[in-house]
Design a protein around this ligand. Sequence first.
Ligand code: UTP
Length: 294
Amino acid sequence: MAPKVRKAVFPAAGLGTRFLPATKAQPKEMLPLVDKPLIQYGVEEAIHSGIHNIIIVTGRGKSAIEDHFDVSFELEHLLETRGKRDLLASVRGISDMIDVSYIRQKEALGLGHAVLRAKELVGPESFAVVLSDDIIDAETPCLRQLLDIHEFYGSSVLALMEVDGPEISAYGVVDADPVAHNGMGGRLFRIHNMVEKPKPGDAPSNLAIIGRYILTPEIFESIEAVPPGKGGEIQLTDAIKHLLRNRPVYGLKFEGKRYDAGDKLGFLQATVELALRRHDLGGAFREYLKSMAL
Ligand code: UTP
């Protein structure tokens, strides 16, 4: 059994162009879904998967993220004196549960480059990568599902999702064979190759890579080895392809529902569905939606 994964890297230095103008002066990761910023959903998923060591890769104008996970003495004092215990617990809870460090990516030179910035903080151990604009609603956290496979094989594991039709062209797509593994019901794959954003006819399968990864530390050498692509960007997919030459990489069709909250329509869908599931808001919100003449 592989040693337990202790660290999760959250790349949060992208420009968020799909969400302009909201992301002009604030990071996409701080957009609120119901009442929590996107990145908090990812951090909570890590905590519920047993990972408490959080490394956030930030860029220009990302101080709101640091403030969010910091202690806010004035706010806590105010809530305490007003007897607002529930609110106090909601602002205090998360920062008490994690050990968070930050590293800067000065220029948005791609996801691979962002992950490489965390090399020193990660060290020679396997780690998770969470893209916080992918919101995953699952009974067992998606990251936990990947970690179970990693602990068994000791290899890198990527989260996969079936995408049918032309939308597959928006993703990294794997060429993979199913692996027999107890209890997985054909959801585990050994990856042989991957193609970033293929033309619909060229996709090697309908299995798309989404924003949850467990990576072994050799990935850093692979990121350093791959040449930058378009616009000088270093893609994580290219680095994983490089890793594949010498190391096995698995893919797991995770159980749960994923929302692309970095996209306006996906963000709206996630907002509606998560709000409907909230015990404090769901009932009234459902009544409101029903009353609309759509
Ligand atoms: P996206 O592909 O969503 O890019 O990055 P983006 O720039 O944030 O958004 P759009 O496409 O322009 O709207 C996936 C993840 O990788 C991070 C982003 O913050 C996001 O969490 N990222 C991307 C970096 O940290 N640095 C980069 O150079 C690129």
